[in-house]
Design a protein around this ligand. Structure first.
Ligand code: HEM
Length: 506
């Protein structure tokens, strides 16, 4: 079948090579398993020796919960509930067993508490830099070494100072026609000539090309494609067990980040030359802005620092939005009455435009129903499952002690899939977002408080431009009706969402 034959293009006569490769893979797997076992046994012995004296879990009055196995804690349960496509299970099982607001666990090598529900979200988001601060898992810090040299809090602040110039309303308004023009050529070149296609890689190509164009003025399709390939390795290894051994997801992510960073450094050096020779403009994109902006002490960012910042933006700014676009395609295929209303709204806008006239800011603001649909998609399949913080002081939450240094995790699913806030949470219902919409701190796909996603508006634009161009051109049907969803760490359809397109008659 179409989606099964995708990677099966091997030649006759390649059998010997294949069996050699098979035995190499088996050897590698054996080697990896033995190493993992040794690492685990060593950690276990160390843990047993130190446990009585050093365990952070011995502190008094901690929230209820389990701490799992030595060192790996409950990481496997946490990650595997996502791999099985039910990331909320890890959260809801423990909310039922221990407490609906907070429970302790140990994930990704750290003692942690998970805060659940709207009041916990409010507490966490309102205490940024008072009781809690930005924190990234060790795996993220190792993939981004510049973060390690300073600290996550400082890096997050730096990024926040840089972004407003680039994401302010005047700038965003300028991006709408650029996004529409790129979406037009994206659909014309990659969708129009195919009756069957995989949605997920194409949605990624769309958001990635946009990010390359708007963040660094990169337009060459070949360069964009070369760049894009290592990104999926990076995205799936960035939140993983930080085991840097050949073959692990984490090891692949580090290698992928190094390869992308090398390409980015070349682009940065070229831009420096172009700026010096007047061939590039100081305001043309975020890359120029980063190169020409100094901090309060007059210091400029190093090339490596800029490369890591752009890398972070490319990850944060394309994978999330492409997951949202992919799930929009999925739900519109499954729910023809919702598709019909989106189509009506978008065609009204399309008909009000002159031939070849691109979308503008006012058009975007008329896409109210479509945005409610996108929000409902992000409620059911939040692109980011949650976020981490670190306790910067000892404090009491709901009568429990949270010790300084412990990690905190907020979970979008703890409210998005909770019938207390969203009755019949499994039902797709965009009318939840009409009028005043969901109660505060319950719908949190972009987080909340001072660290709420700074790219929220940018994401709204690119998602709506995508929806406009998509429904204007086609109807479609899914080729695998009950395709599995995997969350690793973003939600993706297990087979990349193959669909059959039905272009509208002219
Ligand atoms: C549908 C698309 C998107 C979703 C669902 C999303 C979601 C989020 C969430 C939940 C956070 C907060 C994490 C936390 O509380 O720890 C966040 C942070 C962030 N996002 Fe987004 N995001 C999206 C698109 C974007 C885009 C397009 C950009 C860039 C243009 C971007 C840049 C960032 C940055 C830089 C941060 C870190 C902020 C900080 O550390 O203070 N995001 N995003």
């Amino acid at each position: 079948m179409f989606w099964q034959g995708r990677d099966c293009g091997y030649k006759l006569g390649a059998k010997a090579e294949q069996s050699h490769r098979k035995s190499m893979v088996m050897e590698n797997n054996l080697y990896l398993s033995v190493l993992l076992l040794l690492v685990w046994l060593a950690s276990l012995s160390l843990f047993l020796v130190l446990y009585k004296h050093r365990s952070p879990f011995m502190a008094a009055n901690l929230p209820p919960g389990a701490t799992g196995y030595p060192w790996i804690g409950e990481s496997l349960e946490f990650l595997s509930s996502g791999w099985k496509g039910e990331p909320e299970k890890f959260i809801f099982d423990r909310m039922m067993k221990y407490s609906s607001n907070v429970f302790k666990t140990s994930i990704l090598g750290e003692p942690a508490v998970v805060l659940c529900g709207a009041s916990s979200n409010k507490f966490l988001f309102s205490n940024e830099n008072k009781l809690v601060a930005a924190w990234w898992p060790k795996s993220v810090n190792k993939v981004f070494p510049t973060t390690l040299q300073t600290n996550s809090k400082l890096e997050s602040k730096k990024m926040r100072q840089l972004l407003p110039q680039f994401l302010k309303p005047e700038a965003l308004q300028r991006y709408v026609p650029i996004m529409d023009s790129l979406a037009n050529s994206h659909f014309a070149s990659l969708w129009d000539n195919n009756s069957q296609l995989y949605v997920y890689p194409l949605a990624k190509r769309y958001t990635f090309s946009l990010a390359c164009r708007l963040f660094m003025s990169l337009e060459d399709a070949n360069q964009v494609a070369r760049f894009e390939n290592p990104f999926h390795l990076l995205a799936s290894g960035i939140i993983s067990l930080p085991i840097d051994l050949p073959g692990t997801a984490f090891n692949k992510a580090i290698k992928a980040a190094n390869s992308i960073r090398k390409d980015l450094l070349e682009i940065i050096r070229q831009r420096k030359l172009d700026l010096a020779q007047g061939k590039a403009s100081p305001t043309q994109d975020i890359l120029s802005h980063m190169l020409l902006t100094s901090d309060h002490d007059g210091l400029f960012m190093t090339e490596l620092d800029i490369a890591d910042k752009i890398l972070g933006l490319l990850i944060g700014g394309h994978d999330t939005a492409s997951a949202a676009c992919t799930f929009i395609v999925k739900y519109l295929a499954e729910l023809p009455h919702i598709y019909h209303q989106v189509y009506q709204e978008q065609m009204e806008i399309a008909k009000s435009k002159l031939q070849g006239e691109l979308l503008n800011w006012d058009d975007i603001n008329r896409m109210k129903y479509s945005w409610n649909v996108a929000c409902e998609v992000m409620r059911i399949a939040p692109p980011l499952q949650g976020g981490f913080r670190e306790a910067i002081n000892d404090f009491i939450f709901n009568g429990f002690s949270i010790p300084k240094g412990w990690k905190l995790y907020w979970s979008a699913n703890s409210t998005h899939k909770n019938p207390e806030y969203f009755p019949e949470p499994e039902k797709f219902d965009p009318s939840r977002f009409e009028g005043e919409g969901p109660a505060p701190y319950t719908f949190v796909p972009f987080g909340g408080g001072p660290r709420m996603c700074p790219g929220k508006e940018y994401a709204r634009l690119e998602i709506l431009v995508f929806m406009h161009n998509l429904v204007k051109r086609y109807k479609w049907e899914k080729l695998i009706p009950d395709e599995k969803i995997i969350v690793d760490p973003l939600p993706i359809p297990a087979n990349n969402l193959p669909i059959r397109l039905h272009p509208h008659k002219p």
